[in-house]
Design a protein around this ligand. Structure first.
Ligand SMILES: [Zn+2]
Length: 737
């Protein structure tokens, strides 16, 4: 080591984008000035890794440290507010902070200066001696100019003219062509708040004023912008954006959208309102586009970013407003890798940076409504435009008056509606939140109901896998030939419908219809799920029979009929494993109606119920969202479920079934003692085998006041498991797969 490299005695704590529990300490060389937020290269084992200085501490170190290798001076420092966010998120979602940092460093190239790109354009000088090859080049350039372009790469020009690169170079040397150098990541055009606005109604003006006040106040308080499709939510939150652009010339704005598919349409609306395309951020961008957005955001030059949930991890130095559009949408929840709810993190990010937050939705989540009720969030309501339907035409099929035939689950009114839909080539969705073939197995001989051995729950018959399964604990057995109670042979029979059985009935009844089951058993992988969604979108399915995963915000343009086969079960819902069933039923019905205006035929829904007088069915049939939400909230409060209690899911995955059981059992055995904590499980996860790994799941419920993240972190730390076992902790889970 040369004198020049002698450490100063100071220490840099460097966080690395790796699953490590904390930052590592390195010695700072004497010739290096470091401050928190700077990107540096440090040795890690035999390799060299890029990380972020998390703290600079006085030395000297207690033990010899490896030295920081290099400062990446071309990278903008990571803002303090983002570093705080990384720490807060890591703690909240019970993840190593390095895994959260990795989400902030998704564009590796962004740390280097933007490269310069070379282009060819028409020169001022002589073209020199014109050869046939040179003529071809000039002709090609004229052609390009004819299409309105003035810049082309040398390689493209040579290819278009069908000449060698040397010919183009010769023309540049002669002066007929000119080479220009441009930044590969040009700044985004500046948005203009005074761009072409919209004519706002009195209602919308009042709502916009509330949002503007929230932006101006800079005291953190989220606002729920509650208005149905077509009520002008976007135009109203555009006014909040304009307020930032006007009042805070360096302020930045982030607009989160649930679907990448929506991004382009929304960006064009921005371009019309603000005269410039906003930056974008999502998984479907090229490395070059990501580098440009990341750098422009980091330098504070990108004023507006429209993106997916991952845009929360961009290095905004001056984020002043976050809009979460369709805040209820399930796709804000990431349930693989670092599990987080993007809406909740948006609120956390805004709070750290004293930014305003607007949560916009036509069917707000119960969590957000509860926050508004409690006064933690403000609320702005946009009333419906006259004539705009809130829900589809909803009718009740009273199963007492029009019961289905024996061994059938579809009532005559629903059968008739399905027939009409098939005849007119439109799509139908039968919603039944019961996986498998039959929810109950009984003995015809003695009446015994088959129960899981260790819990008070009935076994469900799955014909797909030929097993009897307890959905509460996940206990599983082969269907026995003899009744375990009386010994009668072949007397065990499935009672009631699951999606598999409903599909059997639909296929028998509507022989020409293409029927498909959509549940976690049949669409167990993301690929299988995407395949069913794609076939439904392309009209290759007539009747889709789905559990709650079918209700997850898919947009099926030709879907005009929804049959809620067993609304009673859907609305009883909250059994821990299926917390949002009722909410999803309601959102599903609203989504169907959202399309009704576009289709030439209005959407309709038929709700089969044995309890037509129940308050929830009344609220649903009347399209009375607020009454419905009140009831749902009452149920959740009674059961101590979110948002009134807290929930965490733990999935333990191992290569072998026995190893998964052992790991799950020792995990549960290691649970710290605490008041107000309930542990349910372990049990095989609903998707018990995923990508070859056996999965066990448990649920942890606590009172609202309990620090669930802290509890889970202590628990995770004290249980030592084999390195091949994977533990995923999901705070406030959405998916129970
Ligand atoms: Zn029996």
């Amino acid at each position: 080591m040369s004198l020049f490299d002698e450490p100063t005695g100071k220490i840099a704590s460097v966080l690395l984008p790796k699953p490590l529990p904390e930052p590592f300490d390195y010695a700072i060389p004497a010739d290096m000035q470091l401050a928190p937020g700077m990107f540096v290269r440090v040795p890690l084992g035999p390799r060299s890794v890029t990380g972020v200085v998390w703290a600079v501490k006085p030395g000297p170190p207690k033990r010899p440290l490896k030295a920081v290798e290099a400062l990446i001076a071309t990278a903008p420092s990571m803002p303090g507010v983002l570093r705080d966010f990384v720490d807060r998120v890591a703690r909240y979602v019970v993840s190593p902070p390095g895994n959260v940092l990795a989400m902030c460093m998704r564009s590796r190239e962004a740390l280097l200066p933007s490269p310069v790109e070379k282009f060819i354009t028409r020169g001022q000088g002589e073209t020199g001696r014109m050869t046939p090859a040179r003529l071809k080049v000039m002709d090609a350039l004229t052609g390009i100019e004819g299409q309105g372009a003035h810049l082309v790469t040398a390689a493209d020009l040579a290819r278009l003219a069908d000449v060698s690169a040397g010919v183009v170079k010769g023309l540049v040397d002669a002066g007929g062509l000119r080479q220009v150098e441009l930044d590969a990541d040009p700044p985004f055009d500046a948005p203009n708040p005074e761009g072409e606005g919209f004519e706002l109604t009195a209602d919308q003006l009042a709502a916009a004023q509330t949002l503007r006040d929230s932006v101006k106040a800079r005291d953190f308080r989220p606002v729920l912008l509650d208005g149905i499709t077509g009520s002008g939510k976007t135009e109203v939150y555009f006014e909040a954006i304009a307020e930032v652009l006007r009042g805070q010339p360096e302020g930045q704005i982030l607009v989160l959208l649930p679907e990448i598919a929506l991004t382009q349409a929304v960006r064009e609306r921005f371009a019309r309102r603000f005269g410039a395309m906003p930056a974008e951020w999502h998984s479907n961008m090229s490395a070059k586009e990501r580098r440009r957005t990341w750098r422009e955001v980091a330098f504070g030059r990108a004023r507006i970013v429209v993106g997916a949930r991952s845009a929360l991890f961009l290095p905004f130095p001056r984020l002043r407003l976050i809009v979460v559009d369709e805040e209820h949408d399930g796709s804000y929840k990431q349930d693989e890798g670092v599990c987080y709810q993007g809406r909740d993190l948006a609120v956390m990010r805004a709070q750290l940076g004293k930014a305003a937050v607007v949560l916009a939705s036509a069917t707000p989540s119960l969590e957000t409504v509860a926050n508004a009720h409690a006064g933690r969030y403000g609320r702005v309501v946009l009333k419906a435009r006259p004539g705009v339907a809130v829900l589809p035409d909803i009718s009740i099929a009273n199963m007492r008056e029009t019961p289905p035939d024996k061994d059938s689950w579809l009532s005559p009114p629903l059968v008739k509606a399905l027939e009409e839909n098939i005849a007119s080539g439109e799509q139908s969705l039968l919603y039944l939140n019961r996986r498998g073939y039959a929810p109950l197995v009984i003995c015809k001989s003695c009446g015994e109901r088959l129960k899981a051995p260790d819990t008070e729950s009935w076994l469900t018959e799955h014909r797909y896998s030929n097993m009897l399964v307890c959905h509460l604990t996940g206990y599983m057995m082969k269907k026995p030939e003899h009744c375990p109670h009386c010994g009668a042979k072949d007397a065990l029979t499935g009672v009631g419908p699951g999606v598999e059985r409903l599909a059997e009935e639909a296929r028998a009844r509507f022989s020409t219809a293409r029927v498909e089951v959509f549940s976690s058993d049949t669409a167990g992988s993301p690929e299988a799920l995407a395949d069913i969604v794609a076939r439904m979108e392309q009209g290759e399915i007539d009747i889709l029979i789905g559990t709650q995963i079918a209700a997850k915000g898919h947009n099926f343009p030709r879907l005009t009929l929804v049959g809620a086969v067993d609304a009673d079960a859907g609305l009883k819902g909250a059994q821990g494993s299926d917390l949002r069933a009722g909410e999803r039923t309601f959102q599903l019905l609203s989504q169907v109606s959202g399309r009704a205006g576009r289709a030439d035929r209005p959407g309709r829904a038929i709700i089969q119920t044995w309890a037509p007088d129940s308050p929830a069915i009344h609220a649903l049939a009347a399209g009375d969202r607020d009454a419905f939400m009140e009831l749902e909230m009452g149920n959740r409060e009674m059961m101590g479920l979110p948002p009134y209690g807290r929930l965490a899911a733990v999935v333990i995955a191992a290569e072998h079934s026995m190893a998964a059981d052992e790991a799950a059992n020792s995990f549960v055995a290691g649970a710290p003692n605490a008041e107000g904590v309930e542990i349910w499980g372990p049990a095989p996860a609903p998707i018990a085998v995923l990508r070859g790994r056996h999965r066990r799941r448990l649920l942890v419920r606590t009172e609202r006041g309990v620090d669930l993240s802290g509890y889970m972190a202590v628990w995770r730390k004290r249980v030592k498991l084999s390195a091949s076992v994977r533990v995923t902790i999901d705070i406030e889970p959405y998916s129970f797969m």
